[in-house]
Design a protein around this ligand. Structure first.
Ligand SMILES: C[S@@+](CC[C@H](N)C(=O)[O-])C[C@H]1O[C@@H](n2cnc3c(N)ncnc32)[C@H](O)[C@@H]1O
Length: 297
């Protein structure tokens, strides 16, 4: 019998849903379009630059990084730009998503990124040690993100860092967020939003239940995640909420209204970073971010 509720899904069911989703040409084509300048991902540059500089200083050599569930390489490309000597493994289960990355690499003559087709847990099971593991718009594709973070933590080098970025908080369920998003959306996206609202109001129905995207529509409890990472030997060095995606102008308007619907975490192994280092990191990110965002305590 088909699984009809999130509570009943296993990690394996969700993996299967993601395999099917990211083999769908309609979805894959959307990610081809993400190279367009109308999408601003300035927070990636700001956060990756601050973290890679800190890591390079602390570790004293060029970095080994993974962009896990990296898709078409959005994070991997920014990482290489921020830290040109950094070697990046771009890992994704979808060959079609990796093909977009391969194409971009050859068109833009980018080197230093190794493409690996694997699911995240299998990769982490056999991986080497990494100084930086990035999960961009990724942890919401897992039933138990904490298990994923625990497996990733086991692959960190001594002072290694995990960054999660671009995952939705539960704010995306709020009316004020929905109304705002609807007002600024293009015609195509207005239709998509109406579809999502409809599927959410029928969330007990099997008709619209999308396991791969459940948490995209429902959001994640980032506060709870932060509380729980401490139990797996990680320290939340930085936890921030921010508006994401779209043109910079729209992001600025969202930030003006406090619509910090996405969250990011910078995690280190417990005890590896002193308060002065964390304060410096936060300060640097704050100075460079071109819009208002919020640090969570
Ligand atoms: C929302 S996309 C994000 C892609 C990319 N990180 C970005 O920021 O644009 C999610 C990606 O995660 C991949 N994915 C989902 N579940 C996965 C898993 N269990 N292991 C590896 N990749 C996975 C999908 O194939 C897809 O490319």
């Amino acid at each position: 019998m088909a699984v009809e509720k999130w509570e009943d899904c296993t990690e394996e069911d969700i993996l299967q849903a993601n395999i099917e989703k990211y083999d769908n040409d309609h979805i894959v084509d959307f990610y081809k379009g993400l190279e367009e300048p109308r999408y601003a991902y300035i927070e990636y540059e700001v956060v990756f630059k601050a973290v890679t500089e800190m890591l390079e200083k602390k570790i004293g050599r060029s970095l080994q990084a993974v962009d896990l569930c990296g898709g078409a390489g959005r994070a991997a490309f920014v990482l290489r730009a921020c830290s040109p000597d950094c070697r990046v493994a771009l890992v994704d289960l979808s060959e079609k998503m990796l093909a977009i990355a391969r194409d971009r690499m050859s068109k833009q003559n980018i080197e230093g990124i190794d493409l690996i087709q694997a699911d995240a847990f299998s990769f982490l099971d056999s991986a080497d040690k990494y100084d930086l593991i990035v999960l961009s718009s990724a942890i919401h594709h897992f039933k138990e993100p904490l298990n994923l973070l625990q497996s990733a933590a086991a692959r960190l080098s001594e002072n290694g860092i995990i960054i999660t970025i671009a995952d939705p908080t539960t704010m995306i369920k709020s009316k004020r967020y929905e109304i705002f998003r609807f007002l600024i959306a293009s015609g195509y996206h207005k239709k998509e939003i109406i579809k999502q609202m409809f599927s959410r109001s029928n969330k007990d129905s099997s008709l619209d239940f999308d396991m791969a995207e459940y948490q995209t529509y429902m959001g994640m409890d980032d506060q709870e995640l932060v509380r729980n990472v401490r139990d797996i030997g990680l320290s939340p060095l930085v936890h921030f909420r921010y508006p994401a995606g779209g043109e910079l102008g729209k992001i600025r308007i969202m930030s003006y209204f406090g619509l910090y619907w996405a969250f990011g975490l910078i995690l280190g192994k417990s005890g590896n970073y002193v308060p002065e280092e964390i304060d410096r990191l936060k300060q640097e990110i704050k100075e460079e971010m071109p819009y208002k965002f919020k640090y969570m305590e």
